[in-house]
Structure formats: structure tokens, C-alpha cells
Write a protein that binds this ligand. Structure first.
Ligand code: FES
Ligand code: FES
Length: 187
């Protein structure tokens, strides 16, 4: 079944009957939960048992739960799974694996961009989308002239990653890792 297609069955949605809905997670289609109160984060972690994305605050304040939805980063603790019928979601499991790491994952290892690692999946998902935002010319609060193409500076990266907290304080190394990948992509 392709993502976004109705699966044909009528299911219960909060006491009412309606068509089942689907979501694509890392390229695989899944039926969305029938309980409309389930967040996207809980759906992925508790229902699908993909535990890469972390629950830090459950209030949209730490970024540990960051996932990409249709290529854009979001806090998955702040959105309901049923709002994502037909969407394509990428979690850290879809970005790379220990056997086939993405460049950002390799750079985090190389630069010691983590200590406990709890924030790391969110940092890497966020950085993945953030580099695309810079490439697309989206300005940030650190962009001196919002009408100009944003420059790839540490200040830009720090500002754009400010929604991802690291309780271990590995920030300097996280920025080093991101800058190495960004400069490699820009070269
Ligand atoms: S767990 Fe979602 S922002 Fe903290
Ligand atoms: S590495 Fe521990 S919270 Fe960031």
C-alpha cells in the first residue's frame, strides 16, 4: 500500500468510524494509530518500537525528539500522529545506521559531538534539515542581511541549532562536526 492511500477498512477514530490513514516512516508505510491523542513521537517510539528519537521534555523545549516531516524538522512531541496522514517522516534510523553512517554521524563521532548521546539523534536530524535550510537561502536571526544569501558561519549554525539542547554541554564539538560537513558540502 502506497503512503497516503486509504487502506480500505473502516476503523474507529475516537468513537467514530472512518477510513484508516497511513504514514511513511523511513520509507515504510504504516497505519496511523486509532487513538487521536497519540503524539508522533509516542507513535514512533511506543507503537513502532523505533527508539532513536528521544523524549527529553515532551514540551517542545529540548529538541531531543526532532524528526523530519516531508524534509522539514519538527518537534515530534508537539504534533499528533493523526495529523500526518500521507506524510513522509525520517527519523535518525532513516538517516544512517552504525554500519552505514551518514556524513553528519561520522563527523559527530570524529569530533566527540556527544557525551551521553541522549540529544544526539535530535541534533543530527535537526542539523540535516538545517543545512538544507541554509542551502535554500532561508535567513536566521544571525543573518546580518535577511535579503542576502546566508553565510556558513559558526554563528549561523549556533543560532539555527539553538532549539536542540545538550545537557552534557557538547556544543562546541557539535558545531565543529556540523561545520566540517557543511564546509565539505559547500566545497
Ligand atoms: S521531547 Fe520534544 S522538544 Fe523535548
Ligand atoms: S550528549 Fe548528553 S545531552 Fe547531549
Amino acid at each position: 500500500m502506497a503512503t497516503g492511500e486509504r487502506c480500505g477498512a473502516l476503523v474507529h477514530w475516537g468513537g467514530r468510524r472512518g477510513p484508516c490513514m497511513t504514514i511513511e516512516i523511513n520509507g515504510e508505510s504504516h497505519e496511523l494509530p486509532r487513538d487521536p491523542r497519540v503524539t508522533l513521537l509516542d507513535f514512533v517510539r511506543e507503537h513502532l518500537k523505533m527508539t532513536g528519537a528521544k523524549k527529553g521534555c515532551d514540551h517542545g523545549q529540548c529538541g531531543a525528539c526532532t524528526m523530519l516531516v516531508n524534509g522539514q524538522r519538527i518537534n515530534s512531541c508537539l504534533t499528533l500522529a493523526v495529523m500526518h496522514d500521507g506524510d513522509s517522516v525520517t527519523t535518525i534510523e532513516g538517516i544512517g545506521s552504525p554500519a552505514a553512517m551518514a556524513p553528519l554521524q561520522e563527523a559527530f563521532v570524529k569530533h566527540d559531538g556527544y557525551q551521553c548521546g541522549y540529544c544526539t539523534p535530535g541534533q543530527i536530524c535537526s542539523a540535516t534539515a538545517m543545512l538544507q535550510e541554509i542551502a535554500a537561502g532561508w535567513p536566521s536571526d544571525a543573518t546580518a542581511d535577511p535579503t542576502d544569501t546566508p553565510k556558513l558561519t559558526r554563528e549561523e549554525v549556533q543560532e539555527r541549532m539553538s532549539g536542540n539542547l545538550c545537557r552534557c554541554g557538547a556544543y562546541a564539538n557539535i558545531v565543529d562536526a556540523i561545520m566540517e560537513v557543511a564546509e565539505g558540502e559547500a566545497a
